[in-house]
Design a protein. Structure first.
Length: 211
């Protein structure tokens, strides 16, 4: 192509092609023909501008627990759970001997459960029947229900914990009631009034004048 580049055109409007322009055109043509070179330079420029990856933090073998109670829970689990726990459903217990009290009690409980399941299938709920019962809305039935359930008047305020363990006592001492507190205040007021000393008025004596 070099002989053609140095060829001068016969047209008067076109000027002669200079040698330095020939070198630039040849270099541009070479880069355009070799597309891989341009693409490689463009890709290298983008890769060099990408941020360098941060160094990964080394993961230790024994990481700190997420909760301060993790160690305690693991210790309790190791103490309470066997090495190979068995979570399968246990076998049905042996039936009690026939014609015994245990067999009669088991039959009665089974009958109650069957009746409860039958009512539940029909959409009848025991609690709803109690709520909708008009006879149970009478406040005078509360003492009868408490007697039937074996609950005393003071026992309804008892808690599940014993008094020694911080539970609420069912029977309060007599001096803690309002009547006893009022009587105690009256006794203290009377005692305080009796301890007050009276003011004695002494008649003035006529003194002798010194002459």
């Amino acid at each position: 192509m070099s002989p053609l580049v140095g060829y001068g055109s016969s047209d008067e409007d076109e000027g002669d092609i200079r040698p330095e322009q020939t070198a630039k055109i040849a270099t541009a043509a070479k880069l355009d023909n070799d597309g891989s070179t341009v693409e490689h330079e463009h890709h290298h420029r983008h890769v060099s501008q990408a941020p360098a990856p941060l160094p990964a933090s080394p993961r230790t073998a024994a990481e700190a627990p997420t909760s301060p109670y993790t160690t305690e829970r693991l210790s309790i689990r190791n103490l309470t759970m066997p090495p190979f726990p068995n979570f399968s459903i246990p076998d049905e217990p042996a039936a009690p001997p026939p014609h015994s009290e245990a067999a009669a009690a088991l039959a009665a409980r089974t009958k109650k459960f069957e009746h409860f399941l039958e009512l539940k299938k029909k959409g009848i709920h025991f609690n709803r029947r109690l709520q909708d019962s008009a006879s149970l809305r009478n406040p005078s039935l509360l003492p009868k229900l408490m007697d039937f359930a074996g609950i005393e008047k003071d026992g309804s305020y008892k808690g599940t914990l014993a008094v020694e363990d911080g539970g609420v006592p069912g029977h309060w001492p007599g001096e803690w009631y309002v009547e006893s507190l009022v009587k105690g205040n009256e006794r203290r007021e009377k005692k305080r009034a009796g301890e007050k000393s009276g003011v004695e008025f002494v008649a003035a004596k006529k003194g002798k004048r010194q002459g």
